[in-house]
Design a protein around this ligand. Sequence first.
Ligand code: NAD
Length: 208
Amino acid sequence: MTEPAEISSLTLNRLSLYLRCLRQLQDAGTTHVSSGQFAQHFELSASLMRKDLAHFGEFGIRGTGYRVDDLAARLTTLLGLDRIHNLAVVGMGSLGSALARYLSFNDKPFRIVAAFDVDGRKVGHKIGHLVIHHSRDIPEVIPQTEAQIAVLSVPASAAQQCYEDLTVSGIEAVLNFAPTQLKQHPAVRTKSVDFQINLEELAYFLSS
Ligand code: NAD
């Protein structure tokens, strides 16, 4: 039997976008929508949306379009957002603390269960209900907390070592904010986010 083709990041990002739009429709009390109406309202491509959804089987009803609640529920399940994912934050500076606060006060399916730093003024202190651990304890604490995803918000110089420690601890995915190219472990799904690169793209357009 052949393995199903892996869905690309771009497609997954669009599914997240469709889900966000569907939630807006739910809030507005809309129960049904055609792909044409949906695409027009949110300035998306109807044909691309039909193609994206076709990866996952039948969604719409011919002539009627999509039932908003059903499609939102199916996308929620497809994206794995129907269960809680435990997160660890490594680097509790400005960014790490802001992320921890943001994720503590919303209804998203991500829950911070562990926080790490090396600064003696932070280690042992609490942020919300979380005690900040020393990052040398990553291999011991991560399995206890059952964190699956780690957010890396340390300086670039510390990122690779923290990444290695996370890999050893059994973490399954890493979202890296440090501006460095990580040597990635094949078993750990790794994604980097970089504001600077986006700003540099805007700077290019402003100067050209
Ligand atoms: P910050 O200096 O406020 O925080 C960094 C924290 O990491 C500090 O608390 C420090 O003690 C801790 N730290 C240092 N070494 C560590 C280690 N080995 N283990 C655990 N913690 C350690 O910096 P910040 O503004 O929060 O930024 C954090 C990182 O995110 C930096 O690399 C920065 O360049 C990057 N950043 C990325 C984006 C983006 O778009 N990707 C945006 C802002 C900042």
